[in-house]
Design a binder for this molecule. Sequence first.
Ligand code: HEC
Ligand code: HEC
Ligand code: HEC
Ligand code: HEC
Ligand code: HEC
Ligand code: HEC
Ligand code: HEC
Length: 240
Amino acid sequence: MKKISLTLILLFVSFTGSYFLVDDRKAEAANQAKASCQGCHADFTKVLPKEHPPVTENDLSACTSCHTPELAGKAVKNAFSRRMHLAHILPSGKQDCTTCHIWVPGKSFGIKGVKGSLGTPSKEDVAMMQEIFASWGASNFTDNLHAKANIGCTGCHGKTLPKADDTVENGRCLVCHGPMEKLAQKTEPKDFKDRNPHKSHLGDIACKVCHGSHKASKVYCLDCHKKFDMKIQGAGATKQ
Ligand code: HEC
Ligand code: HEC
Ligand code: HEC
Ligand code: HEC
Ligand code: HEC
Ligand code: HEC
Ligand code: HEC
């Protein structure tokens, strides 16, 4: 009796074992199919913008042949990059970068089918980027105002992939928003001309003191001047 139940248990264990193995393989195959563009887009023509030139192949290299990636880190707009990232950001923020990127943690982070690497991010670095991508895609902060204007991470952070404690100097912002005098002219209030956020007794201070890129912006002047009526873009909470 004892012997029979033992055999039964053994049989059961080996059966469920191989069952899970088959299940694992199926899941892996499904993941691989999903990881290529085709897993989700049987036909690209449906998702490409109207009037777009025809694309015959079905992986990322079909795109990068014309949309040569910008690896130099210039402060420019890139509508292709913006739409590719924005369309694939999951609400959870956990989108899989490796659908399109080849990533060896701590060693390289490239673009499939393209030579060169954007940096050497660790697992923690990529987790942080994923979180910030979600903010860039859907927050009410300055990062989302830039996503809408076709400006990605590179536009502000330059050539190297951003990581913890990185910042962006005023000079980089002013490549697009400067010179400072012109910016100050734009924001000079009509009624109280000296209540100008960009020209005050504070002198030159970091843009990020008021403009939070991945967090809410706030008007620092109001810390001391409670009665000034000043508003700032990107001050909202996260979108519902
Ligand atoms: C996990 C599923 C998935 C994978 C893999 C995937 N996509 Fe998408 N893609 C989507 C979804 C969802 C949308 C949004 C669809 C919509 O708006 O109708 C989208 C949208 C797009 C758009 C439209 C963008 C826009 O702004 O209108 C393009 C182009 C695109 N994908 C290209 C690609 C390419 C190229 C690949 C492979 C490198 C790829 N996708 C891989 C799910 C996927
Ligand atoms: C034969 C060359 C060619 C190929 C291949 C190509 N594109 Fe384009 N694409 C263009 C041109 C030209 C434009 C319009 C000018 C521009 O925005 O660069 C464009 C524009 C776009 C835009 C719109 C940018 C905007 O203004 O909002 C998206 C998105 C896009 N392409 C996605 C893709 C994707 C995804 C692939 C690969 C599946 C791809 N393209 C392959 C030539 C190409
Ligand atoms: C659907 C494809 C796709 C997915 C998913 C994707 N990327 Fe990209 N990514 C690209 C392409 C294509 C480029 C090159 C764009 C260019 O320079 O024209 C790029 C470029 C970049 C750049 C540099 C250029 C820029 O626009 O700032 C960064 C940083 C980047 N990706 C990070 C990520 C991270 C982090 C993830 C995951 C959270 C991710 N990407 C997911 C396609 C993708
Ligand atoms: C409008 C310009 C701008 C854009 C676009 C932008 N960033 Fe930033 N980012 C900044 C600034 C400024 C800081 C420094 C914030 C500070 O010091 O308070 C920063 C900080 C960071 C940090 C360090 C955060 C920390 O807490 O240590 C990371 C990581 C980062 N950005 C990633 C990204 C990624 C990924 C993208 C693209 C999805 C992106 N950024 C797009 C301006 C930008
Ligand atoms: C690559 C160019 C570029 C860089 C670099 C850049 N921006 Fe922008 N920024 C834009 C564009 C384009 C817009 C969209 C509105 C517009 O066209 O002025 C914008 C929008 C804004 C807005 C909202 C303006 C409005 O009217 O809604 C603020 C605030 C801002 N940027 C601040 C910054 C700060 C601070 C930095 C540096 C951390 C920075 N930007 C870096 C191009 C850039
Ligand atoms: C002391 C706080 C403060 C600092 C520091 C600051 N800003 Fe601003 N910024 C503001 C406020 C407040 C507004 C909204 C003013 C308005 O719209 O009239 C604003 C608006 C802007 C706008 C939108 C202008 C428009 O067209 O309406 C841009 C772009 C901008 N800031 C860029 C910068 C850059 C770049 C720096 C750094 C060189 C910077 N700011 C430093 C408070 C600040
Ligand atoms: C750390 C506190 C502090 C901050 C931050 C600050 N101020 Fe002031 N400000 C003062 C003090 C103190 C005075 C002189 C006493 C007074 O008249 O209230 C003053 C005076 C002024 C005056 C002349 C007096 C008045 O009330 O009209 C203006 C205008 C002014 N500040 C504008 C600004 C602007 C614009 C900013 C942001 C760019 C700013 N201040 C940020 C402390 C501050």
